[in-house]
Write a protein that binds this ligand. Structure first.
Ligand SMILES: Cc1cc2nc3c(=O)[nH]c(=O)nc-3n(C[C@H](O)[C@H](O)[C@H](O)COP(=O)(O)OP(=O)(O)OC[C@H]3O[C@@H](n4cnc5c(N)ncnc54)[C@H](O)[C@@H]3O)c2cc1C
Length: 458
């Protein structure tokens, strides 16, 4: 296997990851004189802020995903390859992926973060993360399967375990999924399962910090807490989950909760990349960059978005920027301008983050927002939250379907995507996946240390 992309005289920009940062960069380079190669392990761009609505059957996965090939269909010299980055060879200017190697003139790493299980193997194996569309589908299947099981099982203990939900992490994702499941308990489950005793279903949100939404103001944290309490979600602040075994979640205060539904949105970190040296990485294994997102000690490798750590450049953010959509998008946009400037021999500009604010929604008519320093909550924040997200989703068709699903559930209190879809992997797909693994290194000869690291990764 190989990339099969011929050089054509233009400089080649290889972008790893088509999330918010990578995609914005690729889109903004459309009129520049580059050959663009985007690689991603999925063949579609996803919209993480609405992933929790897939997990709770509010939206269809295709409404918040967009295939890269569709995005690039009319573009000359744009190539997409579905593959995973394996290693970067900085001195030789090429990367190794699961389909072979490709050389670059400029490399941009925009591969984001992964769920952090803080080294707890039981939690990693048995809890349900919610970082990707696929994981949200897995979470939806699992929740619905347990609800089905709760009405057929004979044991009272199993019934309680199947209905209880524990969410770990009180950031926006935790708050949003807790609110959505509470609404399901109130409006959907009694209709779907007339024989289910929803009054015994407990939803618990566990947060290590002393408040919810620690990235927002005290006022928004308090409002979110008030909303969730009204929705009968139990909140455990200043509490850490230490283990999960035999369908029980253990906390550091000595208590435990029985559940088969442990949702883990407790934090993220970055996957170290073979070939990016320890001296090039900072807090949370993020890659250290200068004000133009150039990786420390490199000449032509850039990192943008969640994986990049730009310290002591932007006055308002000396410890680096928040791992949110806007910094990634704005860094992608500026890097596109800077790469064009470099090619034209013009000066580059340093990144300055324009903070547009943040929001979180807890349920129907219930959200908190902080826009340009103005803090508000309730119905108007919720309307604003919907408007902003609707505008940000890629594709007119996707906007339309999300809007229709929202209108439908607003008036009917219903969530229409409650199917348990079991995945099917064909023999052919299995063969290709096996082949990808066999061909990690193509015709490269990695050094023994890198090979050991690769084996550990697998
Ligand atoms: C559930 C959830 C809800 C969120 N809600 C909000 C919100 O409401 N507002 C907000 O501002 N932010 C939100 N965020 C954070 C926001 O999504 C991220 O900050 C943003 O996506 C970062 O953009 P990025 O381009 O750096 O990385 P990502 O958007 O994460 O993109 C990374 C891309 O790289 C690909 N990739 C990863 N590893 C490899 C590899 N080895 N090889 C090839 N491809 C690879 C991935 O498939 C992905 O497409 C949320 C995140 C999550 C998970």
């Amino acid at each position: 296997m190989s990339f099969n992309i011929a050089r054509n005289g233009k400089k080649r920009v290889v972008i790893i990851g088509g999330g918010f940062g990578g995609l914005r960069l690729a889109q903004d380079l459309k009129k520049a004189n580059f050959q663009i190669v985007l690689i991603d392990k999925n063949n579609y761009h996803q919209f993480p802020p609405l992933i929790y609505q897939i997990a709770t059957a509010g939206l269809n996965p295709s409404s918040i995903s967009f295939p890269y090939r569709k995005l690039f269909e009319d573009r000359e010299d744009y190539y997409f390859r579905m593959t995973e980055l394996r290693a970067v060879y900085q001195d030789e200017n090429y990367i190794q992926t699961s389909i072979g190697k490709i050389d670059y003139d400029y490399l941009v790493i925009a591969s984001g973060t992964k769920t952090n299980f803080y080294g707890n193997k039981n939690i990693e194996e048995f809890a349900m993360p919610m970082k990707t569309v696929s994981e949200a589908m897995g979470l939806r299947n699992s929740l619905l399967t347990h609800f089905e099981r709760s009405v057929t099982c004979a044991s009272g203990v199993e019934k309680q375990e199947s209905l209880n939900v524990v969410i770990v992490g009180g950031g926006p994702s935790g708050v949003e999924i807790a609110g959505a499941i509470a609404e399901m308990r109130r409006y959907v489950l009694p209709k779907d399962y007339p024989d289910m005793n929803t009054s015994i279903m407990n939803i618990t949100l566990v947060q290590g910090d002393n408040r919810l939404l620690p990235g927002m103001s005290q006022q928004s944290s308090a409002k979110a807490l008030e909303f969730l309490k009204k929705m009968n979600v139990q909140i455990r602040l200043n509490t850490l989950v230490t283990d999960y075994k035999d369908n029980k979640v253990y906390m550091n205060d000595g208590t435990s909760i029985e559940t088969r539904n442990l949702i883990w949105v407790g934090g993220v970190d970055c996957e170290p990349i073979v070939g990016i040296h320890d001296t090039q990485m900072g807090r949370g294994k993020r890659i250290l960059v200068d004000g133009t997102n150039l990786v420390k000690d490199s000449k032509n490798i850039y990192a943008i978005g969640d994986i990049a750590l730009m310290e002591n450049v932007d006055e308002a953010f000396p410890k680096g920027h928040p791992q949110m959509a806007q910094p990634a998008i704005q860094q992608g946009a500026l890097l596109a301008k800077n790469l064009k400037a470099i090619e034209q021999g013009k000066p580059t500009k340093e990144f300055k983050y324009k903070d547009l604010g943040c929001m979180a929604t807890i349920g129907k008519n219930k959200a908190v927002a902080e826009i340009f320093g103005i803090k508000f909550g309730g119905f108007f924040a919720w309307i604003l939250w919907m408007g902003v997200h609707l505008m940000s989703i890629l594709g007119v068709r996707n906007k339309f379907f999300v809007f229709m699903d929202w209108v439908w559930s607003y008036f009917t209190y219903d969530r229409s995507n409650r199917m348990i879809l079991k995945s099917f992997i064909s023999h052919g797909m299995r063969e290709i996946e096996r082949h990808h693994l066999d061909n990690h290194w193509g015709d490269l000869k990695p050094n023994p240390k890198e090979l050991e690291e690769m084996k550990d990764e697998e």
